[in-house]
Design a protein. Structure first.
Length: 100
């Protein structure tokens, strides 16, 4: 029987590819990290210059962010994660995370 952590990771993996506007930024979920319990978001449509080891501009690349699943101030879901989910998804995920 799968444990609650596996079920949480399965639900979060279904978010890969989902896009949202968060704090004025258009982002897409590109990965779920099990070790850190966080989502990796990629900013869509905006590339920033990436420098080489020697400080020379090499290429434009999208910016990536790691968002923890839980809010820092409470046991609730992180506000960015909540913005990407509807109410039913939020309730189901919160219930699964409470079992952990």
């Amino acid at each position: 029987m799968p444990d609650a952590n596996d079920e949480v990771m399965h639900r979060l993996s279904q978010l890969i590819g989902r896009e949202a506007i968060v704090e004025g930024r258009h982002v897409r979920v590109v990965d779920v990290l099990r070790e850190n319990e966080c989502l990796v978001l990629c900013e869509v449509g905006i590339g920033r210059m990436q420098e080489s080891l020697y400080g020379q501009a090499r290429r434009r690349a999208p910016r990536h962010f790691q968002i923890p699943l839980r809010s820092v101030v409470s046991t609730q879901l992180h506000p960015v994660l909540r913005a990407m989910l509807d109410e039913g998804e939020q309730a189901a995920l919160h219930a699964l995370m409470a079992k952990q």
